[in-house]
Structures are given as C-alpha cells and as structure tokens.
Design a binder for this molecule. Sequence first.
Ligand SMILES: O=P(O)(O)OC[C@H]1O[C@H](O[C@H]2O[C@H](CO)[C@@H](O)[C@H](O)[C@H]2O)[C@H](O)[C@@H](O)[C@@H]1O
Length: 355
Amino acid sequence: MTNQQNVAVLDVKSRGLRSLLPPSSPLVAKSFSPTGLDVLLTKSFEVEKGGTKINACVDSMRSSSPTRIRSTYSTDDKSSSILHHPSALSMFDQIMAASIGKRIVMFLDYDGTLSPIVEDPDRAFMSGEVTIPVHKLPSSLLFTPTKFIVSNQMRTAVRDVARYFPTAIVTGRCRDKVYSFVKLSGLYYAGSHGMDIKGPSKSSKYKNGNRGVLFQPASEFLPMIDEVYKALVEKTKSIGGAKVENNKFCVSVHFRCVDEKSWAALAEQVRSVLNQYPMLKITQGRKVLEIRPTIEWDKGRALEFLLEALGYANSNDVLPIYIGDDRTDEDAFKVEEFLRRLVDWKKYSQGKAAP
Ligand SMILES: O=P(O)(O)OC[C@H]1O[C@H](O[C@H]2O[C@H](CO)[C@@H](O)[C@H](O)[C@H]2O)[C@H](O)[C@@H](O)[C@@H]1O
C-alpha cells in the first residue's frame, strides 16, 4: 500500500465523531496518509531532549492536556470545526455510498474511543460495561467469578461489527492488556502503538504457524524498554500521583493524577532517564508521556501492515475506517451508534448474512 491509500478518519473526541474529511470533498476521494495517522490522532508531540527543554516540555504537557476541548474552543472555533469536519453520523449515508464496491476494514482506537477516559489506566473498562462486584453476587452461584458482567454495550457493538468487517484495535496499550479489556477473539490487535500486531488471518505471509498474524518490528527493544520501565518507576516514585505503565514495546508515564506544580519535576526525571537512551523518544498523549523506540513505525504503519496482511496492499477495493480520539473525552455512545448503524446497514441495506 502507498501513502495515497484513502482512509476515512473519524475523530471521536475533539469533534464528537466527526469525519476529518471536509464536507465538500467527495468522500474518500481525498487521500490521507496512514503513516500520518499518528500525527493526526495520537497527538504526537515530540518532546526534545537535553538542555533547557523542560519548560517547553511542561508547556506541551499543559497544552495537550485540556480537560475538555469545549473549554478551549471559542464558539467560532467550534462552529468552524463542525463546518469543516461534519459529524460522521450525519454523513453516514455518504460514507456508505463511498464504500460501495469496496471492502470496509474497521480500525478502532481503545482509550477514549471504546472506553471512557478514567484516572486509573488499569480500570479503563469498555464503555457501557456494568459489573457486579463479587461480594454482591448471590451465594447460590456454583462458581465464584471475580465479577459478573451484566451489560457490555460497546463490546457487543464491536463484536457485531467484527462479524461483518475485518476489525482491528489499534492502541498505545500493551496488546495483552487491551485484550483483557476487549475480550473478543477473531479481531486483530495492534498494541504498543502498532509495534505488536496479532491477528487471526489465515492467508497472510506474516502467519505465525497456525496462530495467525504476528508482527513485532521493535522486538530487539524489549530488554531496553524493560530497563527503562524499571528506571522510570524508581525515578518517579517520589512524585505523588505519577504512574508508570509497561506497554511492552513502549512505556507510559501518566501525569493525570500529578499536581501541576510537579509536572516540571516529573518531566525532568523522565528526561534524565531518557538521556541515556538515544534510541528512544518521547511523545505525548492525554496526560501521559509515551516513551518508544525511534523506529519508523506507528499506528499508521500498523494500519498499512494490516491492510497488506488482509490482501489490500495498493488496492482501491478497500475503505479503511479509523475511529480514534484526539485530545479530550466525549461521547463513547456515538462510537457505539456508528458501529451499530454500520452493522444494520450491512445487514439490511445489502441483505447479506454475516460471513
Ligand atoms: O492509543 P490509545 O489506545 O488511545 O492509548 C493511549 C494511552 O491510553 C491510556 O492512557 C489514557 O487512558 C487512561 C485511562 O482512561 C488515562 O488514565 C490516561 O490519562 C490516558 O492517557 C494508556 O494507559 C496509555 O498507556 C496509552 O499510551
């Protein structure tokens, strides 16, 4: 696949599930570079290393960490944004019209898209998941689960979409971790910002025996990432609220619960560790510093890889749809609604049963 591959990019957050395609442009006629997805959607804010860059780093931590985009948008900005990036739900019919004759492939971000943004990254369960804790379960149960899921709207929507369209979860998270949240087999999972790809394809040249696709372009970084993770845990332990998360091929340093007064100290500690690792870089997400290998690989490359693995390299017969978040949290139910409409469209407009 080339960079001219067309991708419908749906930004669920800053614009509330808005298409990043301008309304006037013929849908999908405009090219998006999948390799540019990371720049578009994962808020890659390169933090420079060395010298007196900490202030710049803290400034970027501030500017990329608004709690709500609404508080930073003027009315004019907002209406202009809505004009240029119309709701993907209201453009649903046009998106579907553009998909006629093409195979839709779904790419879904996890945090902030399938799950609400929460303070504790270990508790970012899928939207709409309602559970009963173990102590409230009836004693008559024959087995004792740790919790009992009574509702999982988003999971159901993703499961249904995956029955009709090849579907991948593309996340900065460790792949195993995101799987433990999504709990759906039959999907592709691209963890660690796309550096850890696993999926069920039967026909890919990247097949891993009978276990489907497996691709890990940064595998030689594993020992280094482990080392850096431990160093960061040690260096940041005195900073209240800081949390370091090992995402296997990258590390996240969370500052959502850190007092803003300590952000400079945190950035300084992170930089002091990273100074010893020129092969790693820092990018910035939503109240998180993400440390990752400097290799030319990101979510966009993972998307290209997966399309190729599915047999759509350089193909005009495919419409990849990427739903991701930008910088603030907003309605996950819009994602769910979009997924449901997609399934209904497939079922009823085309009258086809699930493959
Ligand atoms: O690519 P993504 O799936 O969007 O992953 C990016 C980061 O997501 C997670 O952090 C974010 O969500 C947390 C839970 O809601 C929140 O506490 C945190 O402030 C957000 O940045 C994940 O924990 C990180 O490792 C990912 O890098």
